[in-house]
Design a protein around this ligand. Sequence first.
Ligand code: CP3
Length: 349
Amino acid sequence: MAPPPAHPDLARSAFLLAARGEPVPHTPVWFMRQAGRSLPEYLEVREGVAMLEACMRPELVVEITMQPVRRYGVDAAIFFSDIVLPLKAVGVDLDIKPGVGPVVERPVRTLADVEAIPDLTPDHVDFVTEAVRGLVGELGGTPLIGFAGAPFTVASYLVEGGPSKEHARTKAMMFGAPDVWDALMRKIGGIAATYLEVQVAAGASAVQLFDSWAGALTPADYRASVMPHSAAVLERAGALGVPRIHFGVGTGSLLGPMGEAGADVVGVDWRTPLADAIPQVGDRAVQGNLDPTLVFAPTEVMTARAAEVIEAGRAARGHVFNLGHGVIPSTDPDQLARLTEFVQGYPLG
Ligand code: CP3
């Protein structure tokens, strides 16, 4: 079925213009994890509904995705889901435990384990298509960002069986069992690319590939064992004609290759100043990167730091303002409202 017709205002979207490196009416802003526990209205609708269950109910996904757009007037919405949702959809036995994160019942360790994971087809995620279509109608001229987890980050949950600090078993597979590793990365990459295609076909205007834990890798290991698989996902996403954002945490030494993997916009965490990041990503836009804890400082301290981020971002081909990682659940939403207003009202250079 053909995607819904694009809203005419999307052509003037500050977010999409910045992502493409074109002149903007104001510096666009959205926040990773803008939907979620920092919002009382989120806690209310999630009452008694498990995370993955919520992700599979289109009317809840639409409502939760819209909440930060209504409250803050951010320049983009991000689809409410999770990086492990497509795995759940193909039948991997996993859950998202409150306060913990994704937990996989039987971790993936062998080639047979990898081969037992089905490929994703669009009918596995009909509820995603339905939710995206509903959202695009409600969002009007505000673009929707679809997303997927990158192969390395998703592999870490599958191989470790849950959240991990060192990613030791994952990297042991990468170093010691390259055939299993390649098969696993190919499997997850295929699922991620199909998941992005489904979201864009239903009307998403941009995609973000989250390689949150790639910062655990040296540049050489990233290039040899991870980048080709992320590049394959970004290549399939590139065929969709929408801007591609590529983000990870602690990636100060990986920003060059993360751009080269095929991103239009490189997401930067708060540890790397944009002034250092921009020369590394070359002729691409950047996204970021206010320290997410700055919202706990007095408003004028937060906005002074935000101004520094905006000023530094001017050297890039384009700049999408964001936090350097997700909104911390104890964040005061009123601070994010003030931050949004400040960024959107900040004079253009
Ligand atoms: O607003 C948004 O950003 C969209 C929704 C979104 C969620 N997860 C919802 C969620 C997005 C984009 C993600 C991506 C995601 N999930 C990533 C990459 C982004 C990042 O933060 O680096 C990762 C690594 C995951 C895996 C995951 N899922 C973690 C680490 C957690 C948090 C565990 C916890 O409870 O602190 C989850 C659960 C999760 N995903 C929640 C939300 C709102 C919290 C669960 C809840 O509200 O019940």
